[in-house]
Design a protein around this ligand. Sequence first.
Ligand code: 6AU
Length: 262
Amino acid sequence: MVSFSQQTYAARGEAHSHPVAKELFAIMERKQSNLSLAADVSTKSELLALADKVGPYICVLKTHIDVISDFDQDLVAQLQALAAKHDFLIFEDRKFADIGNTVKLQYGGGVYRIADWAHITNCHVIPGEGIIQGLAEVGVPKGRGLLLLAEMSSKGMLATGAYTDKNVEMAVRNEFVIGFIGSKRFTEERDLITMTPGVGLHAAGDALGQQYRTPELIVTENGSDIIIVGRGIYGAGKDPVVEAKRYRDAGWAAYLNRLGKQ
Ligand code: 6AU
């Protein structure tokens, strides 16, 4: 069988059985973008302005909704409107990490009601497989998808070796899981999408342990599918539209190079 990383996003979308993965691949193909924006700004107006400006160039808007100081339900309504206007999915980077019963409450309820608006969210599997089952009880009826944090981008991270392998095993056997946060393609057993943070064209890292690698390394060499870029796009002194186009083009070129490499 041809490796998933040698197949087009379009073909993978057509073959996929999960509605979120299907939609995501279709968007990537339509917009020729494998770029996700990590929109780590701290107010509602900044988030909406950034999502509106950069929206045309991304396939996924990644949020940390709990850092927005003036969060309200209207923000969610406006984000959903922008997702429809610009044709992107919303990924709430919540990194759930508790027992199944607790994450059900955190995912479906509370102030944020994440499952009502985020197409995708993610979790650590530290508590065991019950976390996936708990999140699935809320997310599956709403047609949502989950990513497992199989690896992290930061210096000294502990998600390695046997722990990463366990993530892959759990992902393969849980239909609700559509992929991973990690640095590479992990398995050919089924088509699981890898999204990679810690991508930068210029900086090597930050003062708090973040490490940056290039789209070429991540997508062409490692077979990851989506690059997640934050400060490389909206950081101090940058024009987010110019940078988003730059990363979109670099990510797509890396994908085309991968397809060309037999
Ligand atoms: O490009 P940056 O460094 O400005 O932002 C990277 C974004 C941040 C992190 O919370 C997130 O990616 N992230 C994640 C995710 C996506 O789960 C995992 C990880 O290992 N490293 C990482 O930076 O919003």
